[in-house]
Design a protein around this ligand. Structure first.
Ligand code: SAM
Length: 316
């Protein structure tokens, strides 16, 4: 199936930012604007999503970037699958909690985490790239996220033993990937044309996977980390199940007692699970995949690591 055909099957998703608005108010506003509940592939119809709270879906070509609600941060344009990581991480919402978003820009998932926390506690949001850090800052300001400390730095060079990270319990890790699951963005279409040869493709994937594993192993070293969500917008097992497998077999996971959370804790109602034959059967069931176009989303992968309660990190 061609990329453009699959793209046409992906609704325009809009997350209502609960820091600024309610979904009921949003629904009324859209109804006043001429939309009615129905199949989001039909003109002027929209629907409430069944997997993600506060998410609405509209026909694929719907333009919402010129609305006042988008401009003032009440609405956030975010693909359904890219809402899954924050939902799975399910961050605590109390004044003392501290969490990390390790790879934050442009900030869709950071602002989603902030909304789920009701602006309580603290999110330390890392972004290495200076320009993308600027985008992150303006996105957080627009979305009214007051519990985020944005940091222009490399997550890999953070000292996990530093006192300021001693209370970090939850980490979201959504690192750079091949982007191979994205079928409805022009930059991705241009990118796929640039994949020149099988050798270059294999080398590129190996490099990305090495980096992703390094990030995951680093996250596991934070002494109070209980829960780590690892996600990509890639369809390749090299960046997904294979990275998860290597992470589970690493010293950090073994010494720290990290396992995968079970299916019951990772969007149990979502039918598409991991690619078989890489992880064991239980762990294959415990991870989530989205197939581009087929699931009404872009391609995506989500996994969730949990520290066993009878262990604590002692890596020396
Ligand atoms: N989570 C973001 C969102 O939902 O809006 C998207 C993140 S994007 C897939 C990955 C980001 O990680 C890029 O902006 C990239 O510059 C940043 N990044 C890559 N390596 C990093 C590192 N070592 N430390 C911090 N940020 C990094």
């Amino acid at each position: 199936i061609g990329v453009d055909v699959r793209a046409a099957r992906i609704p325009r998703y809009v997350r209502v930012n609960s820091l600024k608005w309610t979904v009921d108010e949003a629904v009324k506003t859209f109804q006043r604007g001429g939309y009615a509940f129905g199949n989001p592939h039909d003109e002027m119809k929209f629907a409430r999503d069944t997997h993600v709270e506060n998410l609405l879906s509209f026909p694929p070509q719907t333009q919402l970037t010129d609305t006042p609600e988008y401009a003032d941060g009440r609405l956030i344009l975010q693909d359904k699958a890219s809402c899954f990581p924050a939902v799975v991480l399910s961050p605590p919402a109390h004044p003392g909690c501290v969490i990390i978003d390790a790879t934050a820009a442009p900030g869709n998932k950071t602002s989603h985490l902030s909304a789920l926390m009701g602006n309580q506690g603290k999110i330390l949001a890392f972004e290495r790239d200076r320009k993308r850090y600027g985008t992150l800052k303006s996105m957080l300001a627009r979305a009214g996220c007051s519990n985020v400390e944005a940091l222009n730095g490399d997550f890999l060079s953070t000292d996990f033993e530093d006192e300021k990270y001693s209370r970090v319990t939850h980490i979201l890790l959504d690192p750079s990937c091949s982007g191979s699951g994205i079928v409805n963005r022009l930059d991705r279409l241009l990118d796929s044309g640039a994949e020149s040869s099988d050798v270059a493709h294999t080398e590129r994937l190996a490099k990305l996977a090495g980096f992703q594993l390094q990030m995951l192993r680093h996250a596991m070293k934070f002494p109070a980390a209980e829960k780590i969500v690892y996600s990509t917008c890639s369809i390749y097992p090299e960046e997904n199940e294979q990275v998860v497998l290597a992470a589970l077999q690493s010293t950090e996971a073994i010494a720290g007692g990290f396992n995968l959370a079970t299916r019951a804790e990772v969007l149990p109602a979502w039918p598409r699970r991991g690619q078989p034959g890489i992880l064991n059967d239980t762990d294959t069931e415990a991870v989530v995949r989205c197939s581009p176009g087929d699931d009404g989303t872009n391609g995506f992968f989500v996994s969730c690591f949990m520290r066993r309660s009878d262990t604590h990190l002692d890596l020396g």
